[in-house]
Design a protein around this ligand. Structure first.
Ligand code: SF4
Length: 368
């Protein structure tokens, strides 16, 4: 069965002569800007394409079945390679690194990678902010070791509060309590902030929006609601299955009045809201109805070393080949800088105006 990863139509790697031409020390503006003047600030690194759940909007079992070919270990970037590449992104402006997957806690020794990344400092000399997104199934066991390794913050995906809804969304037999125990452990060991992401899909889990809000009110945990997206090419996305940010907020506000909160920083993905009664904060990530491409500062490094500049991309540039060919930091930095400099991605803004012919990368491979 053909792998889902040979979807990159354009040339991903360069010829040797191209590498030779890149063997020059170039001075890059910092932060590096793309063709729409968006700075490179955030690097998301997928450390595995494997997962222990089969969330229907990301990794539908019909596609990711028992015959699915995951990437062989030899094709994954090693922790040393990930650290080396991360070090090259920082002088170009990266301030925050998020580890994703698949499910990053499935990658053996993930704490060692966290330790390596946690040593890195930004061009301002501040520690690089390191975050991780997990489905929480293994978090209760891993929270302490991740914190001790230097992890600062964590985001846990949880799409329902009842086992029935959670198992329907994750197409698994896992229990909600396993994830809730992981979230509690993350708070207990001092990871902060702890955020919880709920993807809302009409006809599946929108009836639990208020229950989720009630559960996390006054908990210190930031609950974010994500509009169901047409990520990848496998989830048979339909616009009429999207519960809009407006509807989500109306449902909650009808029980617990809300007020808008300022963004924490430029390029923040979630729109922030506060409960008027001091019950805490929620967020809404509205990639379908309130797009935010205009200040998107995120680059994505896939677990096999391909560099993508959009979650909905269908092409990439291979960094693993030059890395394993022994190319210098100058060559690798110039490759990254050229790719970002040419970036013009704004898929969500153009979603309804362009033909979506390109096969989009799978979120389970590139991370959310
Ligand atoms: S669609 Fe692409 S460019 Fe737009 S916000 Fe998402 S990742 Fe950024």
């Amino acid at each position: 069965m053909a792998s889902l990863f040979n979807i990159v139509p354009i040339r991903t790697s360069l010829a040797m002569r191209d590498y030779a031409a890149l063997e020059v020390q170039r001075t890059h503006a910092v932060p590096l800007l793309d063709s729409l003047q968006r700075p490179l600030r955030d690097l998301r690194i997928s450390v595995t394409d494997r997962c222990n759940l089969r969330c229907t909007y990301c990794m539908p079992r019909a596609v990711f079945d028992a015959h699915h070919e995951f990437l062989p270990r030899s094709e994954l970037l090693s922790f040393e390679e990930i650290e080396r590449l991360a070090k090259l992104f920082i002088p170009l402006g990266v301030q925050k690194i998020r580890l994703t997957g698949g499910e990053p806690l499935l990658r053996r020794g993930i704490e060692r990678l966290v330790e390596r990344i946690a040593q890195l400092t930004t061009i301002e000399g501040k520690p690089v902010e390191i975050a991780l997104t997990t489905n929480g199934v293994a978090l209760a066991q891993k929270a302490k070791s991740l914190k001790d390794a230097g992890l600062a913050r964590i985001t846990v995906s949880l799409d329902g509060l009842s086992n029935e809804t959670f198992r329907r969304m994750s197409d698994s037999d896992e229990s909600v309590n396993t994830v809730l125990d992981g979230i509690a452990a993350a708070q207990r060991v001092g990871l902060h902030p702890v955020k919880v992401n709920m993807v809302v899909q009409r006809g599946v889990n929108e009836h639990e929006i208020v229950a989720m809000a009630e559960h996390f009110r006054h908990s210190g945990i930031v609950l974010r609601f994500i509009e169901y997206m047409d990520v990848g090419s496998s989830n048979a996305w339909q616009l009429n299955e999207v519960v809009t940010a407006r509807e989500i907020l109306q449902r909650i506000a009808s029980h617990y009045p809300l007020c808008v909160a300022d963004a924490d920083y430029t390029g923040e993905v979630a729109a922030r809201w506060q409960y008027l009664d001091g019950g805490g904060e929620i967020g809404v990530i509205a990639s379908v109805t309130q797009t935010f491409c205009h200040d998107c500062t995120r680059a994505r490094l896939a677990t096999d070393g391909k560099l993508y500049t959009c979650l909905f991309a269908s092409n990439a540039l291979d960094l693993r080949e030059p890395l394993r060919l022994g190319m210098s930091d100058a060559v690798l930095t110039n490759i990254i800088a050229d790719k970002w400099g040419r970036r013009e991605d704004r898929y969500s803004e153009l979603r309804n105006t362009q033909s979506n012919s390109g096969k989009r990368i799978e979120m389970s491979y590139i991370g959310g």
